[in-house]
Design a protein around this ligand. Structure first.
Ligand code: AMP
Ligand code: ZN
Ligand code: FE
Ligand code: FE
Length: 292
């Protein structure tokens, strides 16, 4: 495994990426990767299509990026903080995991409907049908609403929809998603044989972040690692997170969080060290990696 190139976070059209799941393996090969993880938001729907289209020599790590919320212990009235939990190599048939993901996905559709209703109430000509068409059967997310807003000429480009006037966190037409409690989600992923990793813990650009003091609590619940090398993390944030991970014996991963043409980040922009990948594989027993 010495010199493998490994990217453990990528989205397809099963959520808010722009490549079909079948395009992920070929894109990984083109980027010079040996290993790529498919981690769509709250769905495993792309796994089989991605596996069937793997080029020879590329390994797919099946995964999912779960929408979660952190509530500080002893502060029941504090606003929950949203975060993303990557889960690798879970058993796709594990009934409690399937049920939980179905609930979160249904919540995404309902929330898409609620954001459209809020926009319509303010007189903006957008429709749920357009948002659902943009999502094309995948898990519905704000990027789909943002694309519809841009196409309607209401914002200059989709990124401009992530502001307080539109659907940025806490914005005028933002509606919260259904999210799993992160401690429960970590336990659920472990119960499904998977390996839970905290996605982009310091990506403050996207909204409020979980306090540093939460990491020991998440580690105690069974968190396996933290995504340190991520395009949204500054160098000093990475170094701080790397040392926190070392203190807690957590794995350090790196990944691009590729979204196809929806984000200007290429596959392989950040990568995971082969030793961390080997350690991650050793902790998994829900579903094997898939070799092309
Ligand atoms: P959702 O999970 O539906 O709330 O949508 C969150 C997704 O929107 C993230 O995974 C990103 O892909 C994208 N996103 C979040 N913040 C921004 C931003 N400021 N600009 C562009 N895309 C963003
Ligand atoms: Zn996304
Ligand atoms: Fe994320
Ligand atoms: Fe992501």
């Amino acid at each position: 495994m010495a010199d493998l190139r490994i990217d453990l976070h990528a989205h397809s059209r099963a959520s808010d990426g722009t490549l079909p799941p079948a395009g992920i393996g070929p894109a990984a090969a083109a980027a010079g990767l040996d290993v790529v993880a498919l981690t769509d938001h709250d769905t495993l729907a792309g796994w089989d299509e991605a596996t069937a289209a793997l080029p020879r020599g590329v390994t797919l790590v099946p995964g999912v990026e779960i929408s979660c919320a952190y509530r500080p212990p002893g502060a029941p009235d504090a606003a929950p903080v949203s975060l993303h939990l990557l889960a690798y190599l879970v058993d796709p048939q594990h009934p409690p995991l399937r049920t939980a993901l179905e609930r979160v996905r249904a919540g995404r559709t309902d929330r898409g409907r609620a954001m459209v209703a809020s926009l319509q109430a303010a007189g903006h000509p957008v429709s749920l049908a357009a948002v659902l068409a943009e999502a094309a059967g995948g898990a519905v997310g704000r990027p789909h609403v943002a694309a519809v807003l841009a196409r309607a000429g209401l914002v200059p480009d989709p990124a401009a929809a992530f502001t307080p006037e539109w659907i940025g966190d806490g914005g005028r037409h933002h509606v919260r998603k259904t999210e799993l409690d992160v401690v429960e989600a970590i336990r659920l992923v472990r119960a499904a044989g998977g390996v839970p990793v905290f996605a982009h813990p310091r990506a403050a650009r996207r909204g409020p972040i979980v306090p540093r003091s939460a990491l020991p609590e998440l580690a105690a619940a069974g968190l396996a690692g933290v995504e340190v090398d991520h395009p949204d993390h500054l160098p000093e944030e990475r170094e701080q997170l790397r040392s926190e991970a070392a203190d807690l014996d957590l794995l350090v991963t790196g990944a691009s969080d590729f979204h196809g043409s929806r984000k200007p980040v290429a596959l392989g922009t950040c990568t995971t060290h082969p030793d961390a990948y080997a350690a991650l594989l050793a902790e998994a027993h829900g579903s094997p990696p898939r070799r092309g």
